[in-house]
Design a protein around this ligand. Structure first.
Ligand code: NAD
Length: 491
């Protein structure tokens, strides 16, 4: 067990909040216990952030000079992939192969935002008079970034890279359950030479530390990733402050397999889409609609292959389904499967924790497939955030889009078909932020991401990702001394 200090406005200091504990979900062992952040730490972090971002040493940097800091952070992340991956695996229970990929993607995010920053342009707009008109962008101030436990390094980077690129300071409120990788991320940023004050990493209790950050008068934007009810509460506070927020929230994403799909490819994609990350993914494809004509054959094969997935320790290269983040979360997933049983579901595979040996101490749950429910069932409407898939046959394609859209969420959708016209038509009718056609759970930092409906507001990633952390300003330059309309008025 190691001691951990918090990064408070660029200085490493003891947290002054209550103890927080990180335990390894694979073994149940406690790996770190230390004081998390308090409201006083938030206040200090925001005050230091405000000073640092107004310091000419940061404020007056040219874009290529600021981009240089982002490149150095990217290099620091690349040089520490193994260390970041090991910490995040210990903290979250995710497979090492996945946490390595997340660390690489965090480095890629910094490189992309550095490049985007160097190529961002202000505009000279078409003028409607004897003046030159410009539209320029400026930093907002101190940004609050609130991140969840499921992919902390990637979520932190997706917020911190564009917010710093835009010239702001950032206070990260990382999740209480998984504090370690965000602190390591902070260490790498500071070792890259980031000026003091610009970054804080404050793991701590959401309802206290996160709430104080949202309410702080000097926080000028909140970028939040987490659950829908938390996001809605943040939006209410933001409304009172008239503060912009971006909200990346929950999902209950539909996947549709049409009769003409490449079955083998679809089965692989569906298993990956819902069971990778042990289903703890906002975009998990957890509602599966299969064309009636191929339903039985398809589901039989899907279940057979799901039974062969390796459930095991996260540092075993063969593991495909690692433990869940905590025992409490595993139990909540098990409770949902009991709800499904009570709703009349048939458990086609899984539906329990594996038993014996390594499984006794870790937060494991078997990949689970349920049938016999319709889309109105609670199990189809509520986010379970675990390795649970509901399969449903469909006969009528006319009614299908209504069923797929019949959800409070609108994050993602998967379509499996060889018919490009059908794929196009469905992709335009489905009300989600992302559609994957003959693939699933693939990402590019260059492609914006976000949700509709209860899945959120705003977009992250892409070139405009930096603009989301900037205020737009218009400038008019008079070009001559011609009198303005009222200057001719005589007494
Ligand atoms: P959560 O909402 O409980 O917590 C997210 C973060 O918010 C944590 O840091 C938490 O401490 C903080 N928080 C909690 N209460 C707060 C409050 N009152 N004020 C301010 N901050 C507060 O979510 P979680 O359980 O950590 O994460 C899982 C959820 O995140 C799922 O719903 C998942 O779908 C969603 N998620 C969405 C995306 C996306 O990009 N759309 C990505 C990952 C996770």
């Amino acid at each position: 067990m190691t001691e951990h200090k918090l990064l408070v406005g660029g200085k490493w200091q003891q947290g002054t909040g209550p103890l927080i504990t990180s335990s390894n979900p694979a073994t149940g062992n406690i790996v770190a216990e230390f004081n998390g952040a308090s409201v006083a730490d938030v206040n200090q972090a925001v005050a230091r952030g405000k000073l640092a971002m107004n310091d000419p040493a940061w404020r007056d940097l040219k874009p290529h000079q600021r981009a240089d800091y982002l490149h150095r952070i990217a290099n620091g992340l690349s040089e520490n992939i193994e260390k970041i991956a090991t910490i995040q695996t210990m903290d979250t229970g995710k497979c090492l192969s996945e946490t390595r990929a997340l660390a690489q993607s965090a480095a890629g995010t910094f490189r992309y935002m550095a490049a985007a920053l160097e190529t961002l342009e202000d505009a000279v707009t078409p003028s409607r008079g004897d003046f030159l008109t410009m539209s320029v962008y400026e930093p907002m101030g101190v940004i609050g970034a609130i991140t969840p436990w499921n992919s902390p390094i990637a979520s932190d980077a997706q917020k911190v890279a564009p917010a710093l690129a835009a010239g702001n300071a950032v206070v990260v409120k990382s999740a209480e359950w998984t504090p370690l990788v965000s602190l390591e991320f902070g260490r790498i940023c500071m070792e890259a030479g980031l000026p003091e004050g610009l970054l804080s990493i404050l793991p701590g209790k959401g309802s206290v530390v996160g709430d104080a950050l949202v309410r702080h008068p000097d926080i000028k934007k909140i970028s939040f990733t987490g659950g829908t009810s938390t996001g809605r509460g943040i939006a209410r506070i933001a409304a009172d402050k008239l503060m912009p927020v971006s909200l990346e929230l929950g999902g209950k994403s539909p996947t549709i397999v049409f009769e003409d799909a490449d079955i083998d490819h679809a089965i692989n994609g569906i298993m990956y889409g819902v069971f990778s990350s042990t289903g703890q993914s906002c975009i998990a494809g957890s509602r599966l609609f299969v064309a009636e004509k191929i339903y039985q054959e398809f589901v039989d094969e899907l279940v057979a292959r799901t039974k062969t997935l390796n459930v095991g320790l996260p540092d075993d290269a063969k593991t495909q389904v690692a433990p869940m983040v905590t025992m409490a979360h595993r139990n909540s997933v098990a409770d949902y499967v009991d709800v499904a049983r009570a709703e009349g579901a048939t458990v086609l595979c899984g539906g329990k924790s594996p038993e014996g040996g390594i499984y006794e101490t870790g937060a494991f749950y078997m990949p689970t497939i349920l049938s016999g429910l319709d889309n109105k069932a609670r199990t189809c409407q509520e986010e379970i955030f675990g390795p649970v898939l509901v399969v449903m046959p469909f006969e009528d394609e006319g009614d299908l889009i209504e069923q797929a859209n019949d959800s409070i969420y609108g994050l993602a959708c998967g379509l499996w078909t060889r018919d490009y016209k059908k794929a196009h038509a469905f992709s335009r009718k489905i009300n989600t932020g992302t559609v994957w056609i003959n693939t699933y759970k693939q990402f590019s930092i260059s492609t914006p991401f976000g949700g509709t409906k209860d899945s959120g507001l705003g977009r992250e990633k892409g070139k405009d990702g930096i603009r989301a952390y900037m205020n737009q300003k218009s400038i008019y330059w008079g070009l001559n001394e011609a009198p303005l309309p009222w200057s001719n008025v005589k007494d």
